[in-house]
Design a protein around this ligand. Sequence first.
Ligand code: MLT
Length: 318
Amino acid sequence: MPLKIQNVLVCDAVDKSCVDLLQEHGINVTYKLKLPVDELCKEVKNFDAAIVRSDTKITAEVLAAGAGSLKVVGRAGAGVDNIDVTAATSHNVVVLNTPGGNSISACELTCILIGALARPVVPAGQSMKEGRWDRKLYSGSELYGKTLAVLGLGRIGREVGIRMKTWGMRVIGYDPITTEAEAKAAGIEKMTLEQIWPLADYITVHTPLIPATRNLISTETLSKCKHGVKVVNVARGGIIDEQAVLEALESGKCAGAAFDVYPEEPPKSEVTKALINHPKVVATPHLGASTSEAQVRVAVEVAEQFIALNGTSPKYTT
Ligand code: MLT
């Protein structure tokens, strides 16, 4: 028997197209953004479904509070990091996400950050705003002929490979699942991690955060890399050991780093703050999925899944 979703609580800012689509299908939508956990626990009792992005954490406590009423949690994004899936399963709560909707946006931000590490556009732009004209200070290096290592060859990693290859980079990559043929189709030479470390000029990570990928870039792995390697993380905070990168930036082992994601968001730790403020670091506040196109895509995808759970097919008005 299909689930009946009647009342949805939207906890994080999702595009209006999600709300419109749900309402067109007779589903009531209430927006209560960024509720403190005690208020969220009180609210979830009144809803049979909730929609989140990254900010709201659907913890075991929240799921226990919603037990008996909450049936579905949808994440307008890839992965389900901020939802306690084990607790959800024990309360028979269905967890949904939108794995593909953000891929192009996350890929494009990665490419932009790789570019920003090659050419210091961020500090140079700031210097102009401060009224300076320091051409000598802001010289960079070409990406052409350099080697980019893509760790994680899922949708986003492969799209990054395709784009950076057209810039004349040699693209090498690692993934335990993606086949050599799939990697090759994206112009990526699949290798082992041990083969990759000494070859890479740039390393970009595109894995989920799981025990096997936590601190994938560490003091140990950085020691196997070229002097002056540059690293990028638009995936999940924790895949790159921030303390290790900070030390490598100081020693010169790492010549630049770009971060869009952090172990804690917004960042509070001294290490993360030191990294963000480091002159060789470009930092952005988790913007991988923050484009108008991606937000419409994930909003529509999550709404469509809710509608399908109700046993109806989405209808569209133009
Ligand atoms: C994602 O996992 O797709 C993004 O991190 C979602 C977001 O930006 O909130």
